[in-house]
Design a protein around this ligand. Structure first.
Ligand code: AMP
Length: 375
């Protein structure tokens, strides 16, 4: 396989913060980056060499984009499968389109996981009201496609919740899951190169607020049993899917210390943002290396680390007080270049490296809280 070396051009489908950090990693290593995005002046486009603005279903524009690059990756999983297929006729797409096809639909993803013996939350395919007969409460109803950060989800507490939640689906396919009263949520970010070599960042612990990731820290505080199983499941998922690139497995840790896979993300993940500051090779550089057919880099951590997401919510009373957070010498600020700070929108994050994970977590929380305190 031909390696794609620095000075080559790599393409990104999608234009959010994941593409932005990928582009920063790529440009640092001397690559050029082209972004394909329906919007202009995007987080990825701002740091790319070239931003192509066209709709994903404009396959002529997609082919033009593909002709200008040596390989293509994607930064979010809702890029239409047909777009990726059109690119793949011209240049390699990594991970391959089939990985995207499976993971962009909850039903296909859960079917893949359970058919291959991976532990998943009990689930049921929902197409009609009759499918709700004899279900247990509480349950979570999720649309099969186009969902993230709790979007397209409804918790069903009692039978009376069913009709409204079903109507809200508007005819979309859905999956009903048992509600898991978990002890904690964790994730493993894995990377796999063209030769099948696997690398991972250990287990990262995730705390959510309103279904959106709030704080992640590594290493996670879990038993060695959970650590080993989570890493092994991740390795096996990347191998089964024949991933070349980065893929994150999100898990629930149950109260009896077992794992259930919640979701797969076939790209760098929000919980892995801390690798940008904390590791020898970040998840974004790892994606680049895999996509370009290069060897993976070391995933070693310099120190324990924590990350706090900055959502548009903290702009409610005006611009956050950046100076406050910057007074913490171990805290790093990342902003994604988004103009409009909407509620729930991921605008940036803070990371903190410290001697202990507890200290990193406490400090990053303090730094985040300080953003909305008066100077
Ligand atoms: P998802 O978009 O499926 O990753 O869901 C977002 C978040 O909602 C998860 O990280 C959990 O905090 C929560 N959640 C989703 N599904 C369940 C479930 N079956 N049981 C309990 N909590 C859930």
């Amino acid at each position: 396989m031909k390696q794609i070396l620095p000075n080559s051009t790599v393409g990104v489908l999608g234009s959010g913060q994941l593409g932005r950090m990928f582009a920063i990693a790529a440009r640092r290593m001397g690559y050029r980056v082209h972004t394909f995005s329906p919007e202009s002046d995007t987080p990825t486009g701002q740091v790319s060499d070239y931003e192509i603005n066209a709709k994903y279903d404009d396959l002529d524009a997609v082919r033009e984009f593909a002709k200008g690059v040596s390989a293509v990756t994607f930064e979010f999983e809702n890029v239409p499968f047909a777009t990726v297929e059109a690119v793949a006729e011209i240049v390699p797409v990594r991970p391959r389109g089939e990985v995207l096809h499976i993971t962009q639909n909850r039903l296909r993803e859960k079917t893949f996981l359970s058919n291959n013996g991976f532990p998943v939350t009990p689930y049921k395919h929902i197409t009609t009201l009759q499918d709700f007969e004899n279900i247990a409460f509480p349950s979570v109803l999720k649309t099969a496609g186009f969902g993230y950060d709790g979007k397209g989800q409804a918790k069903l507490k009692v039978a009376d919740d069913i009709e409204k939640a079903f109507a809200n689906l508007g005819g979309q396919d859905a999956v009903l899951e048992s509600f898991v009263d978990f002890a904690k949520e964790v994730s493993v970010v894995g990377a796999r190169d063209v030769h099948g070599n696997f690398a991972h960042y250990g287990v990262i612990e995730n705390e959510h607020a309103n279904h959106i990731l709030d704080v992640s820290f590594a290493p996670a505080i879990v038993s060695s049993k959970i650590y080993n199983e989570a890493v092994e499941i991740t390795r096996a998922v990347l191998e089964k899917l024949d991933v070349v690139g980065v893929l994150c497995v999100e898990f629930f840790v149950t109260k009896d210390d077992n794992l259930l896979v919640n979701e797969l993300a076939p790209r760098p993940h929000n919980s892995g943002h801390l690798t940008f500051d904390a590791c020898i090779t970040s998840q974004f550089e790892q994606q680049l290396r895999a996509v370009c057919g290069l060897p993976l880099g070391s995933t070693e951590f310099y120190k324990p680390c924590a990350m706090a997401n900055l959502l548009g919510d903290i702009w409610q009373n005006g611009e956050p007080n950046w100076q406050n957070a910057l007074q913490f010498p171990n805290v790093k600020l990342h902003l994604y270049g988004k103009a409009e700070p909407r509620i729930g929108r991921k605008m940036g994050h803070l990371t903190c490296l410290a001697e202990t994970v507890e200290d990193a977590r406490e400090t990053v929380r303090k730094a985040k809280a300080s953003l909305i305190e008066k100077l």
